[in-house]
Each structure stands twice: as C-alpha cells, then as structure tokens.
Design a protein around this ligand. Structure first.
Ligand SMILES: *Cc1c(COP(=O)(O)O)cnc(C)c1O
Length: 381
C-alpha cells in the first residue's frame, strides 16, 4: 500500500457488529467475561481498548513499523521511552531540543539519576566523538525546533548501532508523510500526534512506533504499568485527522516554501531558517531523507529587538499567536518566551535562538492571504 492509501485503510476494517465504516469510540472501562479468563482479548481499558488498537495498527503502517504504542501526550510517550533506561545511563541529544523534552530529561529524570547531554548533531561525525561508555540512548530531533537544523538520521543511527546504543527520533516536525526514520535505521519513532498527525488543534496525544517486537512488548508493558493511556475519543479524533495527513502536509509545505522565499527577499528580514534553501547547511541531507522540507519557518528581523518582534507577533490577523504547531490554521510564536522559555537564556543564545526570533507554523490557508498578513505586520515593526 502507498502512503495515501495507508492513511485511509491500514489496520481499519468496518466494525464487525454493525458495519460502521468509522472505527467506533469504545467508551468503556471494562469488558464482560463469559467465565473467569474467558474473554475476547479485552479485559480492562488501560490495558486494551479497540479504538486505540486500530489507531496503533494504522500508525505502525504509516511509519513502516511492526507496532505502535499510544499515550495521552507526546511527553507521556517520551516518559515511557526514558523508563527503558536505568539510573546512571546517559541520553545524548540535540542542543536545540524541544523545550518540554529537555525539561523532562533534566528536571524530572535528572534527580532520579538520568544523565543527559546536548550537542550539535548537524555534523554526524561529531556524534561519534561525543559518545561515552554510559551513553545508552541517542535522542534525535529533525528538523529541530525552532532553528530548523537537520540531523542525518541514517548516519547517526549507523554510529549508534555499531555501539549497541538505542536510537530515538522525534519525528513530530516532519510527520510520517515527509520522513520515516525506521527505514533509516532508527529503533523508535516518537510523535506528538497533537501536531501534524491530529492536525486540527483539537487533541493532545503521543505515540511510539517500533520495528522490533521485544521493544514493542517492553513499551506496551510500560504503557499499561505506568498508565498514561489516551482515551478512546482522542484516539478517534487522531484516526480522523490521519485520513487527510498527506493532503494537509503537502499543502502546508507548499505554502511554507512560498513564505520562506518571500521573507528571504523582504527588506526588513535579516535571516530565514528553512531547510529547503540551497544554502541551508544540511540542505542535501534534508533532500535525501525528507519528501518535502516541512511547514515550519523561523526568522529574525533586521531590527533585531524584542519590541520589533513583539509588534509582528501581535500584528498578524490570520497567523494566531499561540503555542503548538501542525494544525490546519497558521500559527505565529515567540520561542524565547513561549515554547523554549524552560531553556536557560545562555543555552538559547548559544544555538542562535535570539530574543527576537519568530517561528511560524504554516497552515493550509490561501498562501497569498498569509503573505499579505505577514507583510502588514512586518511593515509596522
Ligand atoms: C509538542 C512536542 C512534543 C510534546 O508533545 P505533547 O503532545 O505536547 O506532549 C514533543 N516534541 C516535539 C518536537 C513537539 O513539538
């Protein structure tokens, strides 16, 4: 099955009891047994839920995995992955990691004994040199947030495999339509399905996809034993969102490309970050591992002051000032005070995340309306 067919059909059958074409929302906490232990594969809804089971089959197919494991949020999915480690183990990750991921690793798991280190992974050879004996997991995010750096997934996973280190790729920014890390050698793919996979800014959800059945079993054990499971209504909404994933992401990427090029030529704009530019340091890698270049664009103004940035941020009418990304509607955000406020300022500045950096999540509206909206707001800055 090709991607556009999988989003609609993979793992999805009409409901056997009614013929309902849409997977029902099995809003139940338990299942009746005919005799002790005699049941239909469903005992208690933290452990198994039919709506969630269909979603997990569908997600596994989208990432070319063997199994998927769903959670109540992207960070709950990350939490389950970290629980595969032991005190004293180290996670090596990118130095512009998603703020919430960084906060969990440092502030929740730091006191518990997890070591974490953050490096520039744009050059894969520097990753090899950074690995220490206690490094048990490589945590890749690409494209990164909000600097839109690109990590060569195949190259980094090959280094990790040789040393027996588990690789995790946070594929939230790309979505399964643009990039499939398991095909490039990753062990675990993580999505905040809150973003592109759900796609309508109406649900918080996370998932993990793996190829290896022992790893899947371990993660399903943590899913049940720790209990951060999604409700069936949320699983239904994610299943519905997925049906148009390829259409939404394709249009959003086309719009983002037009906006990135427009901003790059704008007299008031200093710098635009978008992996589709030929001068982007890892454009070649992006071209190799992604289907399109994504729908996230960051930029700095020539008037590089927080005040000028604030004028743009509150001056758009279509781009809504909000956290999050990946929905059908365009959003504008200020990483330094919003998504990345939990990262110390010195750390932010080291990676180019200035106090005036503006981040766009480009949606699927008419692109000329979006460009007019940005131009009007930038004119005031
Ligand atoms: C939003 C996000 C997360 C966290 O997901 P939630 O669903 O908000 O818990 C993790 N990684 C990336 C890249 C994200 O954008």
């Amino acid at each position: 099955m090709k991607f556009a067919t999988k989003v609609i059909h993979a793992g999805i059958e009409p409901d056997p009891s009614t013929g309902a074409i849409m997977t029902p929302v099995f809003q139940t906490s338990t299942y009746v047994q005919e005799a002790p232990g005699a049941h239909k594969g469903f005992e208690y809804a933290r452990t198994q839920n039919p709506t969630r089971a269909v979603l997990e089959k569908n997600l596994a197919a989208l990432e070319n995995g063997a199994d998927a494991v769903c959670f109540s949020s992207g960070l709950a999915a990350q939490d389950a992955v970290i629980k595969l480690l032991r005190p004293g183990d180290e996670v090596l990750s990118v130095n512009d990691l998603y703020g919430g991921s960084y906060r969990q690793m440092v502030r929740v798991y730091g006191p518990w004994g997890l070591k974490s280190r953050y490096i520039d992974m744009a050059d894969a050879t520097s990753v090899e040199a950074a690995i220490r004996p206690e490094t048990r997991m490589l945590w890749i995010e690409t494209p990164t947030n909000p600097m839109l750096n690109i990590v060569d997934i195949a190259a980094v996973c090959a280094i990790a495999r040789e040393k027996g280190i588990l690789t995790v790729v946070d594929n939230t920014f790309a979505s399964p339509y643009l990039q499939n890390p398991l095909d490039l050698g990753a062990d675990i793919v993580l999505h905040s399905a809150t973003k592109y996979i759900g796609g309508h800014s109406d649900v918080v959800h996370g998932c993990l996809i793996v190829k290896d059945s022992a790893l899947a079993e371990g993660l399903h054990f943590i899913q049940n034993a720790s209990g951060a499971v999604p409700g069936p209504q949320d699983c239904f909404l994610i299943l519905r969102g997925i049906k148009t994933l390829h259409l939404r992401v394709q249009r959003a990427c086309e719009n983002a490309a037009a906006i990135a090029r427009h901003l790059a030529a704008h007299p008031k704009v200093e710098k635009v970050y978008w992996p589709g530019f030929e001068h982007h340091p890892n454009h070649g890698v992006a071209r190799k591992q992604m289907r399109m270049f994504g729908a996230m664009v960051s930029f700095d103004l020539k008037n590089n002051t927080p005040e000028a940035a604030r004028t743009v941020l509150s001056g758009t009418r279509l781009f809504a000032l909000a956290e999050s990304l990946g929905g059908v509607e365009s959003l504008i955000g200020h990483p330094a005070s919003m998504t990345h406020a939990s990262i110390p300022r010195e750390e932010r500045l080291k990676v180019g995340l200035t106090d005036s950096l503006i981040r766009l999540s480009v949606g699927v509206e008419d692109v000329s309306d979006l460009i007019d909206d940005l131009d009007a707001a930038i004119a005031k800055a």
